[in-house]
Design a protein around this ligand. Sequence first.
Ligand SMILES: Cc1cc2nc3c(=O)[nH]c(=O)nc-3n(C[C@H](O)[C@H](O)[C@H](O)COP(=O)(O)OP(=O)(O)OC[C@H]3O[C@@H](n4cnc5c(N)ncnc54)[C@H](O)[C@@H]3O)c2cc1C
Length: 431
Amino acid sequence: MTPLQQNFWLTTVEMTKPLERPLPEHVDVAVIGAGFTGLSAARTLARQGATVAVLEAETVGWGASSRNGGMVLTGLKLGVNKLISMYGRERTQRMYAASLQSIDCVEQIVREENIDCDFARCGHLEVACKQKHFDDYARQVEVIAREFNHTLRVVQRHELGTEIGSDIYYGGMVDEVSAGVNPARYVAGLARAAERAGASIFEGTRVEGLEREPRQGTAGWRVKTSRGGLWARDVFVGTSGYTGAVTPNLQKKIIPIGSYIIATEVLPEALAQELSPRNRMIYDSKNYLYYYRLTPDRRMLFGGRAAFFPETEGTIRESAGLLREGMVGVYPQLRDAKVEYVWGGTLDFAFDIMPHAGQLDGIYFAVGYAGHGVAMATYQGQKMAEWIAGGKPENPFVGIPFPGAPLGLYNGKPWFLPFAGVWYKFLDWVN
Ligand SMILES: Cc1cc2nc3c(=O)[nH]c(=O)nc-3n(C[C@H](O)[C@H](O)[C@H](O)COP(=O)(O)OP(=O)(O)OC[C@H]3O[C@@H](n4cnc5c(N)ncnc54)[C@H](O)[C@@H]3O)c2cc1C
């Protein structure tokens, strides 16, 4: 059976449909993008009394926010030793603390806004593809306990059966604080919460230009959109992997990378229990990694970077076969399971694989989540909103160096992705 090229999560939700209405003439803040980043910012800003227009080129949650694995993860993409070498102990401690707070932030919003999105603190499991990856887990656990006062647990190979029904790995590392969520339901709930707080969301409204323009003596922006213009005192950009030419200097710092997911048919209860006895969010230790989990209705959702390019019909079709092969490699028990859905989405990687937030050319932004965006995007949206509203929130990702491409060899069109794909596969082979 050929899987449907459709995002499984979208079959589980009635996506929020904002009211159709004309654009306002002016607002305090124009937010570009209606994903976790933009909607979280809009909710916080509106709650603080700002007038907010969320301008979304497509529909609510259309970007990565409805398409992801729903893993609400602690930590950052880079390892802790690397982080300490880049930023020093003190800032790394604050970054790690922010990553833990970002999970609390999602949980608090889900509770406060009563969002029905299967949020559960089920923990995550990282599995080692090589003995040396496993050997490094003990070192990481020790550093994280010492430096960040956070407890992870190493799982020896002979105990791994309590965590996962696969015997291909060399051991694992568990973090009980991470969570799982249905991302499409979460982003729909976040949109409703932003609207309830007083923000207006405009779908089908692509921002096409931003120009500085004062109004009645106040500095601000003329925002040109596919549906006409409006004036905003401040602009906040939450366009992630879909960042385009409207913010050219931001676009040059973000590499859009495709990630793809398949979902099987609903599995028998005993089989699901065997595959993931503790219902963890699971990913492996490679650069070119697989990530997988059970859905709340017991499908195996299995993702990876089967192609590096952002999603097209072709890359999605190709990914279905590659991911199925990967899934059966991990779980031979799924050899006969039907794959019912396949879809893709675009992630945003900065050149240093770090989240970044701040102001560029006078425009506020938060980007660079590199596959850790469910929690971090929500958190950054909130923190940046507090800043725009005049506060001074703690945000260790503001002010760190935000590198562009080496030698400036990048104009926003990622010509090097095929080479990056080969490079990562090479790194996985040698490391
Ligand atoms: C397949 C996949 C799996 C993933 N799995 C996980 C996971 O399990 N855990 C995790 O933490 N993270 C995961 N991620 C990453 C996570 O989904 C993202 O980091 C997060 O959703 C980013 O949210 P955002 O709001 O910043 O951007 P997005 O949700 O991508 O939203 C950006 C929006 O901006 C809009 N836009 C762009 N340009 C304009 C314009 N000019 N005018 C108006 N609107 C515009 C787009 O239409 C889009 O809707 C995954 C991502 C993908 C693609």
